[in-house]
Design a protein around this ligand. Structure first.
Ligand SMILES: Nc1ncnc2c1ncn2[C@@H]1O[C@H](COP(=O)(O)OP(=O)(O)OP(=O)(O)O)[C@@H](O)[C@H]1O
Ligand SMILES: [Mg+2]
Length: 271
């Protein structure tokens, strides 16, 4: 048996806690998450451009997924680009393909093609394109400029799509560069998901545990405090620490995760 299956049966979980595959209705509703979701929804509603930043593992992708899951599928065309290192050609191709056409072979024609398909989707098929570019801090200045050009093409003042950029905090700083001023001015909302407060970390851990089938106390209060401090309230780090603290409790044949189990997880993670 793998150690993870052992953990599951030892603690009587119905599924492994602290995983990635949490359905939207089971997500922790901490303030940073709720605000990010609300901002993304606003962008979509207003057909604007929005920038959501946060440290690694802060919950950016999760927030975007939550917002997208609430959209009426028949009235939106979601274009989610997980990795922008495909370059601007790759991004244009993804847009064209998602909108049901075959990407043009020629670069100049391709950008015109994606722009006109984007502009036409709403009028012709009554579906609002929602482009989400994840890891957008990896976009180069030229690629960011090309995205701005997309927002520029239609002759009327009305925008025909929403564009959400998700990325690490460097993205926010980069947008302040003089060469990107034209793009920066088009951003309708920007928000940074910070670390959670202690009581939110507490709810977060309890939420994941109860999603895994245990509603009784499994983590002591001081274990939660220790994990909170070491993770600065960032979800992915909490997941990692909480899982390895469960492992430490199991190794010590304890029924709960106490401070010493949390501490050994923290020590292990910094080795
Ligand atoms: N609101 C939430 N409720 C429950 N779990 C969450 C929540 N937000 C984040 N998580 C957990 O934290 C993990 C990391 O979140 P996510 O992948 O969204 O981070 P990210 O900010 O996109 O990180 P990266 O910069 O590495 O892409 C998720 O896999 C999930 O397990
Ligand atoms: Mg992410």
């Amino acid at each position: 048996m793998s150690s993870i299956t052992t953990l599951q049966s030892y603690f009587g979980f119905t599924r492994i806690p602290f995983g990635r595959d949490i359905p939207p209705q089971a997500l922790a509703q901490h303030p940073g998450h709720r605000e990010a979701v609300a901002r993304i929804e606003w962008c979509i509603d207003q057909r604007r451009m929005g920038v959501i930043t946060g440290e690694v593992g802060a919950g950016k992708t999760v927030a975007a997924r939550a917002a997208l899951a609430r959209l009426e599928p028949s009235r939106h065309q979601i274009i989610y680009i997980p990795d922008p290192t495909i370059g601007i050609r790759g991004i244009h191709s993804a847009i064209v393909t998602a909108l049901g056409a075959t990407p043009s072979f020629f670069s100049g024609a391709l950008s015109a093609q994606s722009a006109s398909l984007l502009a036409g989707e709403l009028d012709e098929r009554s579906r609002l394109p929602v482009i989400v570019i994840d890891e957008a801090h990896l976009l180069g200045n030229e690629e960011l400029e090309a995205l701005r050009m997309l927002t520029n093409v239609s002759m009327d003042t009305e925008s025909h799509f929403a564009l959400i950029l998700l990325g690490q905090p460097t993205l926010r700083r980069r947008l302040k560069l003089a060469v990107l001023a034209a793009l920066d001015q088009r951003i309708g909302t920007r928000f940074t998901i910070g670390g959670m407060a202690l009581e939110d970390t507490n709810d977060y851990i309890k939420g994941h545990i109860s999603f895994a089938g245990r509603t009784d106390t499994l983590f002591s209060e001081d274990a939660i405090t220790a994990i909170h401090q070491a993770s600065r309230g960032y979800p992915r780090t909490i997941n990692n620490l909480a899982l390895s603290a469960l492992m430490a409790s199991y190794s010590a044949t304890k029924n709960i995760v106490d401070q010493s189990a949390a501490q050994s997880a923290i020590t292990e993670s910094s080795e």
